[in-house]
Design a protein around this ligand. Structure first.
Ligand SMILES: [Zn+2]
Length: 136
């Protein structure tokens, strides 16, 4: 008999979610300033957007790193995610110019995307390795 356990922590694919929000961050910092020259998008250029994006990125990185570590035991995704969070977080909460905020957020988002992508690949590899019959 199978017991189905529903847990919000397991229902959400934190690496996909983290990659999605990191992409929003990149779009916010690269495409929107250009679009805002021709469209009335100034509300999205508000600096508090980085705080909201960070609040979405934080659980994705923590739960993604935690569940990844439990699956594959490799610390590299956690290091990438921690470095990305540190950059995006400092851009969101430390006083700095808008240009500096963008210059810090873009590499932070790229590190987060690299961390979540590596985490997903390592998860996939460990699932395939786990499904393989053991060698005699
Ligand atoms: Zn931004």
């Amino acid at each position: 008999m199978h017991i189905i356990r529903f847990s919000i922590l397991k229902l959400v694919n934190w690496d996909k979610f983290g990659n999605f929000v990191s992409m929003l961050c990149l779009i916010h910092c690269t495409v929107l300033p250009l679009l805002a020259m021709v469209l009335p998008l100034s509300v999205f250029l508000d600096e508090s957007v980085h705080v909201w994006l960070f609040i979405a990125l934080l659980p994705a990185a923590i739960f993604g790193a935690w569940s990844g570590w439990r699956h594959h035991g490799d610390g590299k995704p956690s290091l990438l995610l921690a470095a990305g969070l540190a950059l995006v977080g400092s851009a969101a909460f430390l006083p700095m110019s808008t240009a500096a905020e963008i210059a810090v957020t873009i590499p932070g988002s790229l590190l987060l995307i690299a961390g979540h992508t590596l985490n997903r690949r390592l998860n996939l590899i460990s699932h395939i390795a786990g499904a393989r019959p053991a060698n005699p």
